[in-house]
Design a protein around this ligand. Structure first.
Ligand SMILES: Cc1ncc(COP(=O)(O)O)c(C=O)c1O
Length: 485
């Protein structure tokens, strides 16, 4: 006998609700000093339990300052930053050059809503020039990554005159209404439960997560079976994507993360996105790469999609654009960006001068100091270190990475791949206690993700790997992983 609807909804809501009392208990148990404890208690006095912080860590640190890839909390505890504030701090904390450029602009003119400015035009030029592809490009500004995704959705539908946007299960595109409809994750239930997002013209295909292939295949012997399946959805009448007889498509765009970031830094096999782009071309709709987290040099190329040899029609970008202030953009084909008229989209804080001045300096430093090439090299070093750990730690089912975009997947048993979710949560708190700030994620809550500022030193990577080694050893002993093998 199913529980009565009203009881069921109440019980389920109660299970999803953060209890302030439980969070206070965590602070009592885990906080790393008196000032941290006091700041967290004050936070809980006034801030909604809906914030992300207590879902990232059993007890989050209260940060006070940072320099490069080092952070310090209010009690003086130091951390190596393997998170970069979800990849915002691309050039590290307290970057004097970027901050200096922003201060100069701030003193001249900090903000005036929605009017062109010199720094904004210059950053537009720089970003358009870095958008891959041999075609004319333009930009549309936004404030947040979610808003950039909204613009891309609006533009794709406006330009093509078609409704459907196809994305992957497990993708994360933001929490505004349209972007949320493209985002499929368990924790998003808190935004929609029990009524899902209202955009009915969003469709999803499985992401090629090869370690746990949704089709049970092995890469590369699968011959990209997953891409063939997508092709079939267009060639057959099993979906509403396309009418093969009439040769009419109903799709505006693939809007996808080239690699899945919030899902746990999961790499797609590089040829896969090229296959999707070929389908978009064949059926005459757009390919949009959401690089809000993976772009701006993070993977060792300016844009993650460049690894697959794809020049997307549109790219959405945000986080790293100016090393710390809110700024976002959609770049892409001129004819798409110029297909609508003045005022088709706007936002009060769009491309304000201080953020743009910071962005211009970020672009200059990326180029001048060969930051992206060096991120690729440091990434190879980091990945080799993780693979070495995988050779010694039975809990590591997979170690993967491209540039400074890396992850390990923790399992109870390498053969069954049973996710070590509790162990992962424990390890992420232990890492914090040992001075490593990184987050855990994963479809099954069992991936540790590493995304340091691109300016991290090799010695800091080595230090982080040594700490990770110790924490994994203790984790395996505590959770009995690899025992008896
Ligand atoms: C790929 C991707 N798209 C969009 C967003 C949303 O960006 P914002 O939080 O700035 O709205 C994020 C944020 O994590 C993201 O990772």
């Amino acid at each position: 006998m199913p529980t009565a609807l009203e009881d069921r909804i109440l019980q389920e809501r109660a299970r999803m609700r953060g209890s302030e009392a439980a969070l206070r208990q965590r602070v009592e148990q885990f906080s790393r000093g008196p000032k941290t404890k006091s700041a967290l208690m004050k936070t809980l006095d006034y801030e909604s339990t809906g914030h992300l912080d207590f879902s990232l860590f059993a007890c989050p640190p209260v940060l006070e300052s940072g320099k490069g890839a080092k952070l310090r909390d209010v009690d003086g505890n130091e951390y190596i930053d393997l998170h970069a504030g979800f990849t915002v701090n691309v050039l590290g904390h307290g970057n004097d050059e970027v901050n200096g450029a922003m201060k100069v602009q701030m003193d001249k003119l900090n903000h005036f809503a929605e009017l062109p400015m010199e720094a904004r035009a210059e950053l537009a030029r720089l970003l358009c020039e870095r958008h891959p592809g041999d075609f004319a490009k333009k930009i549309m500004w936004a404030v947040t990554g979610g808003e950039a995704v909204e613009i891309a959705m609006k533009l794709a539908r406006w330009y093509t005159g078609k409704p459907i946007i196809i994305t992957h299960w497990g993708d994360y595109h933001g929490r505004t209404a349209g972007a949320m409809a493209l985002t499929a994750k368990a924790f998003m239930m808190a935004y929609s439960f029990p009524v899902p997002p209202a955009d009915t013209a969003v469709a999803r295909i499985p992401f090629p997560y090869c370690y746990r292939c949704p089709y049970g295949k092995e890469y590369p012997s699968c011959n990209m079976f997953c891409a063939d399946q997508v092709d079939r959805m267009f060639e057959s009448k099993e979906t509403w994507f396309n009418n093969p007889k009439a040769k009419v498509t109903n799709v505006a765009a693939f809007l996808v993360e080239p690699f899945q970031s919030s899902a746990g830094y999961i790499l797609a096999p590089l040829p896969y996105m090229k296959r999707l782009q070929e389908l978009a071309e064949k059926y005459d709709f757009l390919f949009i790469s959401d690089e809000v987290q993976s772009g701006m040099g993070r993977t060792g190329r300016m844009w993650a999609i460049e690894h697959s040899g794809v020049a997307p029609d549109l790219i959405t970008t945000a986080k790293s654009l100016c090393n710390g202030l809110p700024l976002a953009a959609v770049t892409g084909r001129k004819e798409i960006l110029d297909s609508w008229g003045p005022g088709a989209h706007s936002s009060t804080f769009t491309a304000y001068p201080t953020a743009c001045a910071g962005g211009v300096k970020v672009m200059e430093i990326l180029e001048r100091d060969h930051v992206i090439q060096s991120a690729a090299e440091k990434g190879r070093h980091f990945l080799a270190g993780l693979q070495d750990l995988a050779g010694r730690h039975p809990s590591i089912g997979e170690a993967s990475g491209l540039g400074l975009y890396l992850a390990i997947e923790l399992v109870k048993d390498r053969t069954t791949k049973e996710p070590a979710d509790d162990a992962t949560a424990w390890a992420s708190m232990e890492l914090l206690n040992e001075g490593i700030l990184c987050i855990s994620s994963g479809y099954f809550f069992n991936r540790l993700c590493f995304a340091p500022p691109l300016v991290i030193e090799i010695s800091e990577i080595d230090q982080a790997l040594a700490i990770l080694d110790r924490v994994l050893t203790r984790m395996e002993a505590k959770f009995g992983i690899g025992a008896g093998k």
